[in-house]
Design a protein around this ligand. Structure first.
Ligand code: KG4
Ligand code: ZN
Length: 373
């Protein structure tokens, strides 16, 4: 069994994990930065980078101790090399490089999105390629066809906000604080999802892309009207997100088995979001890249619907996707909640998958704020 040290530092979570290639999580240590960013209502890149510097090495030492290992027992060191807030990514990557150099171990540069995309395979040994993945986080909202390690075909993305961003902004508008997703979900449980009429942007449109900016503005107007209960607004908002995700996935499902070449807008995600998370995201560029990325892909319809990323922790979304999968006679996999939000186990696991294929990286590899999957 190979043992991989995984390091994550691309946003506001510093984490270190030791992962076995047999899917054992030997150790996982995570330090969030919620308190540091709270006064600003979102992640401040400079504060995040400094916090990573302070905690990352002690976290790695603690994880090794938890697993009863020393660095020499590790077979490779995997770290997020992008996309993300560049200061934080550099801290994690430089730490990984220093350890790799000192211990004479190979370095594996992991794309953070690949970490999310492969995380369900850490949780579920029976999950095979190809699968249809809804990747929903604070910085991304994408539908991907995952055909293998390094083989991703992006079928859809958001033309404005990511789903997690919409949750965070709704939380802010409702005065619930940061981070918003879990707080909106908790409040929504007490509300009536039908009480406040809210839009479902792009519902029924031909391409399976997402849009959440209009929904966020409608939430703002509903709050300003002063005529609705906050719990009803939260419930209505969450239901609107669920309806959009389900509708867009239905569309993607009807396209994913065809040879249809999707239109993938470039440079639409990951713009700076003042007062919110500012995770730069990837862009696949153009249709030509899409086809290249898809070269050698497994043909046929994916048999499993998979959800990953921080928003995948939402119970209403998980339940709706599970019934969608059942309607399409597909399996459904959602990682446990701790594996949905940012963590180092998914980076260690993506490292293990790459290591098994002999994919390692040179020590002069640069950190990448943007990095197409
Ligand atoms: O994957 P993640 O930890 O970080 C990024 O890569 O962006 O995702 C964080 C996002 C945040 O926007 C947060 O509000 C959202 O995931 N989130 C949730 C829930 N838990 C986290 N959104 C809705 N419901 C939740 N329970
Ligand atoms: Zn993430």
């Amino acid at each position: 069994m190979a043992i991989i040290l995984g390091i994550e530092s691309s946003c506001d979570e510093s984490a270190a994990a030791l992962i076995g290639s047999d899917r054992t999580v030997l150790a996982h240590r995570l330090a969030g930065q919620e308190e540091a960013h709270k006064p600003y209502g979102g992640v401040v890149p400079e504060i995040a980078a400094r916090a990573h510097v302070q905690v990352l090495t002690p976290l790695i030492e603690a994880a090794l101790k938890d697993a009863g290992l020393v660095l020499d027992d590790v077979d490779a060191i995997a770290a997020t090399a992008g996309p993300g807030l560049i200061g934080g990514v550099m801290v994690g990557l430089v730490t990984a490089k220093a350890l790799a150099m000192a211990a004479g171990k190979p370095l594996i540069a992991v794309n953070h999105l690949e970490g999310h995309a492969l995380s369900p395979r850490l949780a579920d040994a029976s999950l095979e390629f190809p699968y249809l993945l809804l990747l929903v986080s604070g910085g991304h909202c994408q539908i991907l066809r995952v055909d293998g390690v390094g083989q991703y075909r992006r079928l859809a993305t958001t033309i404005d906000d990511a789903a997690g961003e919409a949750f965070d902004k709704t939380a802010k508008i409702l005065g619930l604080g940061y981070p918003g997703g879990p707080r909106v979900e908790a409040l929504a449980r007490q509300g009536d999802p039908k009480a406040v009429p809210l839009p479902r942007p792009l519902l029924g449109s031909a391409e399976p892309h997402f849009s959440f900016a209009g929904l966020k503005s409608a939430v703002l107007r509903a709050v300003q009207s002063g005529t609705h209960r906050p719990e009803d607004i939260a419930a209505g908002f969450q239901q609107a997100v669920v309806d959009c995700l389900v509708d867009r996935l239905e569309r993607a499902l009807s396209q994913s088995s065809s040879t249809h070449s999707p239109f993938v807008p470039s440079e639409v995600e990951g713009r700076d979001r003042k007062g919110s998370r500012m995770r730069p995201s990837t862009s696949l560029g153009n249709a030509e890249n899409v086809e290249t990325a898809f070269a050698g892909a497994t043909p046929g319809k994916p048999k499993t619907l998979v959800v990953a990323g921080g928003v995948a922790a939402n119970g209403a979304i998980r339940a709706a996707l599970e019934s969608l999968a059942a309607r399409h006679d597909m399996g459904f996999v959602a990682p446990p909640l701790w594996l949905c939000t940012d963590n180092a186990a998914m980076i260690g696991w993506a490292g293990a998958e790459r290591f098994a294929l002999g994919l390692t990286d040179p020590l002069d590899l640069p950190a990448r704020p943007r990095w197409p999957l």
